[in-house]
Every structure is written in structure tokens, then in C-alpha cells.
Write a protein of this length. Structure first.
Length: 262
């Protein structure tokens, strides 16, 4: 019995050592996978960020350095599959020209790329394209900027009940009157047509001479808002007045996200 007991103890020690060794190997393998995952994600984020930054510069626009995040964990399994859940691109303080001396500023241009595909060789070698099936972007133009673009002295615009409304002082009958009205927004060929209607002025007599004065002023408020060129081929699809400003939504499809050959 003593011999059997004595031979069992070395086997138990060997078993524990083997278990510890396996656990250490598993931990090392896990760490290596995490590192590989981060390296692959970093390449994609860097390549996409470089592409977007170059497009912003080419369009004579400015912004802070693109903040690119590959969504979905683990990223490495997406790479092996060649498909990515979503990539977010944030451009802070985006500013683009709309006329010789005018610019439109957006505190944040928030872009989301979905249905993204890329061959494994692209991530491994840096050659080839990362392509998004759909790309959407949204940015906000504040109302002081919009009023400045329209260019009528004293004009103030804001949102009320989901509508764009404006108010401004006009001179009539030797007095100053405050007129206000609702703007209709229509998107045509990427240009937002701003047209005010139903303009009224409390206390202002409704006589032909005064009515003609108001109508002429309303015509001067008409403005065609051309949104500056956006990166990744984004085209304006919708404009919506919100309390924080005029929210512009844009989209594109089948968009290369990197420059290729990086």
C-alpha cells in the first residue's frame, strides 16, 4: 500500500504542473489575440482616417483630425470574415466653403459606415480597398450661421414645432415693426431652398402699400443654401430644423474608405 500511495503523489504534482502550463499558454494566446486584434483595428482606423483627412483638405475644408472607431468586438474575427459591422468617423469642427467669403461650420460631422468589406490581404498587406455598402453622415448648422448666410440685417431664425421660423424688424409708416414667418425647406440637386411664407406683423395695417412692402422683404429672405462638399462622396438627403440648429443628413453607397496601397 505504501508503494501505491508514494507513486500517486508524483503523478498528482505532474498533473498540476501540466494544468498550470496549459493555463499559462491559454493566457498568452489570449493576450496575443488581443494584440493582433488591436493591430488589425488600428490599421483600418489609420487608413480610413488618412483617406478622410485628405478628402477634407482636397475640398478646401477644415476639421480636427478624424476620430475613427471600428465597432464590433472582437475585430479580428471580422477581418478573417472580410466583413465589418460598423465604422464610425467623427469630424469635429468641420468647416467648408459655400461662397467666395462664406463658410458653413458644423461642430461635429458624424459619419457611420456600414456593411463594410475588405479582403484579408488588404488588412495584412495594406494593398486594396476597404469598401462600405452604405455611408451616412449628419451635421448641424446653427441658426446664427444660417441668418448670416441669408444676409438680412436683424434677421433671427430658430425652430418652433419642427418648423424653421424667422423674425426681423422692418420700417413702415415711420415705425419699426417686427415681422415673422415660417420657412419652407425644399431640397433640389443638393441645394436647400429656403423660402419664407405666411409672414405677418402684429399691429401693422393690412393695406396694399404695406402688404407690398412686406412681400418685397420676404423675397429678399429667399436663400439657396448650398451645403459644402462632404467627404466620402456624401450627398445631402434631408434637412430638418431642430432646437440646436438645421440638421443636415447625407448618404452614399459603395464607398471606398481607404486610399488603397497604404
Amino acid at each position: 500500500m505504501a508503494e501505491v500511495y508514494g507513486s500517486a503523489r508524483p503523478r498528482k504534482r505532474w498533473g498540476r504542473r501540466l494544468l498550470i502550463t496549459l493555463l499559462v499558454l491559454l493566457i498568452i494566446a489570449g493576450v496575443l489575440l488581443v494584440v493582433a486584434d488591436r493591430v488589425a483595428a488600428s490599421y483600418a482606423e489609420r487608413a480610413i482616417g488618412d483617406r478622410v483627412a485628405q478628402e477634407v483638405a482636397d475640398q478646401k475644408a477644415t476639421s480636427e483630425k478624424p476620430d475613427v472607431t471600428v465597432e464590433g468586438v472582437p475585430f479580428l474575427t471580422q477581418v478573417l470574415d472580410g466583413k465589418y459591422q460598423e465604422i464610425q468617423i467623427r469630424l469635429k469642427n468641420f468647416s467648408g466653403p459655400v461662397a467666395a467669403d462664406k463658410t458653413i461650420k458644423m461642430p461635429l460631422l458624424d459619419i457611420h459606415a456600414r456593411d463594410v468589406t475588405a479582403p484579408l490581404d488588404t488588412i495584412r498587406s495594406g494593398n486594396g480597398d476597404i469598401v462600405a455598402g452604405t455611408v451616412t453622415g449628419a451635421g448641424t448648422i446653427d441658426y446664427p450661421t444660417l441668418a448670416d448666410l441669408i444676409g438680412q440685417q436683424g434677421l433671427k431664425v430658430t425652430e418652433k414645432d419642427g418648423k424653421l421660423v424667422g423674425s426681423a424688424p422692418i420700417q413702415a409708416l415711420g415705425q419699426t415693426w417686427n415681422v415673422s414667418g415660417t420657412a419652407n425647406l425644399e431640397l433640389k440637386d443638393g441645394v436647400v431652398q429656403v423660402r419664407f411664407a405666411d409672414v405677418t406683423a402684429d399691429g401693422l395695417p393690412n393695406v396694399p402699400l404695406v402688404r407690398n412692402l412686406v412681400d418685397n422683404y420676404v423675397k429678399r429672405l429667399a436663400y439657396d443654401l448650398k451645403v459644402p462638399a462632404l467627404p466620402l462622396g456624401l450627398k445631402v438627403q434631408k434637412v430638418e430644423p431642430r432646437p440646436e440648429g438645421l440638421v443636415v443628413t447625407a448618404g452614399a453607397s459603395d464607398v471606398p474608405l481607404n486610399s488603397g496601397g497604404l
